[in-house]
Design a protein around this ligand. Structure first.
Ligand code: SF4
Ligand code: SF4
Ligand code: FES
Length: 314
């Protein structure tokens, strides 16, 4: 069976020639997208650049966009993406600069990882032998430790598309790994730092990171848990926590979110510097069609109100 791949090519030495190039390769039911790309590189066009190593979903080096969505291509079979043999479009991972063809620059990714201090910061006396942690705590952390740092979540994060200062799902999932580690003694400092702009409050809960993660790390769920932890630790007078409160108030009142009021409530009516600061992000969101031009109302706001009353009552 034959399969055509439409591959996004870019050569920094000849940027004018950038564009899609098609290759048709022989595939079977078990051929992965990576196998198909390697066939192209080895048998048809040695100039095609990509990253890969383990071919077993372990090293995290082969994330790229397949038909518009980030995937680990060594884990993705051709026939799962194109059961009818339709052309498959391959692009480099998103939200990171392209170096060549399907290879992206990971420096911004690693810089954000470093920014969250991805190592244990124990407090007090260092034990003579080993740190003791309960099985339950460590089993809970396995879900995040499974992250292979492939960057698929970063590629498809809708906030990073308009604001590259956001720490992003991978770094925030890594931050959770240390915030929740019972051997770490700096939980409060970590939450304090993550409470700043570009931290946990900048996520819009679009679910993309959950959907594309090949290891079920659930970055968005971890971010939401850190928001709760930050508020429980007393960090509840920030634009992020006010944003959450305004969000809930608006949905309770209108049955839907009034997004136009959200920024004013979060930053404060007279906080002109903060509003000016966020203006470039607002403009970029507008240009990408992500800006709501009018407040929508729910057709059944009473039902939404009743949900709130029930939850608050409990
Ligand atoms: S959270 Fe998932 S998608 Fe993101 S870097 Fe880790 S393994 Fe990859
Ligand atoms: S849920 Fe949040 S972190 Fe995840 S992709 Fe969406 S905006 Fe980014
Ligand atoms: S080649 Fe290692 S994860 Fe795909």
């Amino acid at each position: 069976m034959q399969q055509t791949l439409r591959v996004n090519r870019y050569d920094p030495e000849n940027p004018g020639a950038a564009g899609y190039q098609e290759y048709t390769v022989e595939v079977t039911d078990t051929t992965t997208i990576l196998d198909a790309l390697l066939t192209v590189r080895e048998e048809m066009d040695g100039t095609l650049s990509m990253r890969c190593s383990c071919r077993a979903s372990i090293c995290g080096s082969c994330a790229m966009r397949v038909n518009g969505q980030a995937k680990l291509v060594c884990k993705t079979r051709v026939n799962s993406v194109s059961p009818d043999g339709a052309t498959i479009t391959i692009d480099p991972a998103g939200n990171l600069p392209v170096i060549k063809d399907l290879v992206v620059e990971f420096k911004p990714f690693w810089d954000k990882m470093k920014a969250i201090k991805p190592y244990l910061l124990p407090e007090g006396t260092v034990p003579k032998a080993e740190y003791i942690a309960s099985d339950e705590d460590m089993v809970h952390l396995v879900g995040v430790v499974n992250c292979i740092q492939c960057g698929a979540c970063v590629s498809d994060c809708s906030v990073l598309e308009v604001d590259d200062s956001f720490l992003g799902p991978a770094a925030l999932a890594k931050a959770y790994r240390f915030v929740k580690d019972p051997r770490d003694g700096h939980q409060k400092d970590r939450l304090d730092a993550l409470n700043e702009s570009s931290g946990v409050w900048d996520c819009t809960r679009c679910m993309q990171c959950v959907e594309v993660c090949p290891k079920d790390v659930d970055p968005m769920g971890r971010i939401m848990l850190m928001r709760d932890m930050a508020m429980e630790s007393g960090f509840n007078n920030t634009s992020g926590s006010r944003h959450t409160e305004s969000f809930a108030k608006s949905v309770k009142k209108n049955g839907r979110l009034n997004e136009t009021k959200l920024a004013v409530d979060s930053m404060g009516m007279f906080n002109v510097p903060a509003m000016l600061d966020s203006a470039p992000v607002g403009i970029r969101a507008m240009m990408k069609g992500k800006f709501p031009w009018k407040a929508h109302k729910s057709s059944e706001p009473d039902k939404v109100k009743r949900v709130f009353e029930k939850v608050e009552g409990e």
